[in-house]
Design a protein around this ligand. Structure first.
Ligand code: DC
Length: 222
């Protein structure tokens, strides 16, 4: 039997690291829904499509083809995996993902994943909207300061420019955007396990999730 695990939560709560590692240890796939939103936001912006819902937006969306191949994201055949991880795309994705027709267009692409066996999906509404019947759901969060500290260290370790105050401000802004939008706002999904990772190491968060998964899906998650 295949099963779905969802991990939702705000930026920097440790979702990606936890979701990837949980998927790896269970030997199942990983679905990064944020990467899909990022890729679409980037192409809409580059095509000069304003972040406004309506006919122009729907037309533009109908011409975009997103593919997930292994760990890469392709837009209309071009690999954008590297380009979508910039502070500019952080903001673009937050802006475009608030538009109802953008969310609608990306829903079936995400749901399609269910045809390919078990996986861990990571995002903002995967447990509430995309996979509401998932076998195990988690909501990972942490204080804005803890999240900003992590993002800061991550950027420094990659040799990228980093300013803690700016990162903290951006996190607070994005939280507000993501949780106040009208369509699929960031919320704790029904039946999700709430995990505050502020004082947890990455390994503790992974272990916590795996232990819970084993309780609800005992035969699958060994
Ligand atoms: O997780 P991330 O930082 O890569 O997500 C980028 C943006 O996409 C974020 O601002 C919220 C949005 N997003 C969303 O609205 N729904 C999802 N399921 C995943 C991401």
């Amino acid at each position: 039997m295949s099963y779905v695990i969802t991990i939702d939560g705000p930026a920097g709560a440790g979702k990606s690291t936890a979701a990837k590692e949980v998927a790896r240890r269970l030997g199942i796939s990983y679905l990064d829904t944020g990467a899909i939103y990022r890729a679409v936001a980037l192409i809409l912006y580059e095509s000069e499509v304003p972040a406004v819902d309506g006919y122009i937006m729907r037309e533009a969306l109908s011409k975009i083809r997103i593919e997930l191949r292994n760990k890469s994201v392709f837009v209309n055949g071009f690999d954008v995996t590297g380009e979508i991880r910039t502070p500019m795309v952080d903001e673009l994705a937050s802006m475009y993902s608030a538009i109802p027709s953008v969310r609608k267009a990306l829903l079936s692409l995400q749901k399609d994943q269910e045809k390919h066996g078990s996986f861990v999906a990571e995002g903002r509404d995967v447990g509430s909207v995309v996979f509401p019947d998932a076998e195990a759901k988690f909501f990972l969060t942490a204080s804005p300061e803890a999240r900003a500290k992590r993002r800061y260290s991550e950027r420094v370790s990659k040799g990228k420019p980093a300013d803690y105050d700016e990162i903290l401000r951006a996190i607070i802004d994005r939280d507000k955007n993501d949780s106040t939008r009208e369509v699929a706002p960031l919320t704790v999904p029904k039946n999700a396990v709430y995990v505050d990772t502020s004082d947890m190491t990455e390994e503790q968060a992974v272990q916590f999730i795996l232990d819970k998964v084993k309780e609800v899906i005992p035969n699958e998650a060994k």
